[in-house]
Design a protein around this ligand. Structure first.
Ligand code: HEC
Length: 119
């Protein structure tokens, strides 16, 4: 009986330590599912960009990023990803408060590479 309790505790610890952090929750690694605006990108923008890039924009942000078309247009002309890739503190690094986790930036890059899927 004691052995069983010990074993289940060990198993619990083993699996308990395998929980994903919030970055990897955005998408399972090696998932065959393509990255899409609705499933992945919208939330990233909402959490990190709409504080300023809302419609109308505030805090000096030059344009809104509140719709699929607007985010795609900015991603298409190249400067959205470039801004996110800048190091914290560099001019026009986005978001200005601090670079997002690399996994998040990679997801945006993948979305661009896969052709800006909406759904
Ligand atoms: C605290 C307010 C704020 C937040 C949050 C913010 N921005 Fe900005 N953004 C600005 C301001 C102000 C500018 C224009 C001044 C500058 O370039 O620094 C700007 C400019 C930009 C530009 C143009 C950069 C260039 O190269 O000219 C892009 C693209 C951009 N933001 C994207 C984003 C994205 C994507 C996010 C979220 C990941 C974001 N921003 C979050 C305030 C913000």
């Amino acid at each position: 009986m004691r052995k069983e309790i010990l074993l289940s505790t060990l198993i619990g610890l083993l699996f308990g330590s395998c929980t994903n952090d919030s970055e990897s929750d955005l998408r399972e690694p090696d998932s065959p599912t393509a990255v899409s605006y609705e499933a992945n990108i919208k939330q990233i923008i909402a959490n990190n960009c709409l504080g300023c890039h809302r419609d109308p924009p505030v805090n000096g942000a030059p344009f809104p990023l509140n719709t699929f078309d607007r985010v795609r247009d900015r991603a298409e002309n190249g400067n959205l990803l470039a801004a996110m890739k800048r190091q914290t503190g560099e001019p026009a690094a986005m978001p200005p408060a601090g670079r997002l986790p690399q996994a998040t930036i990679d997801l945006v890059e993948e979305w661009i590479d896969e052709g800006f899927l909406e759904q």
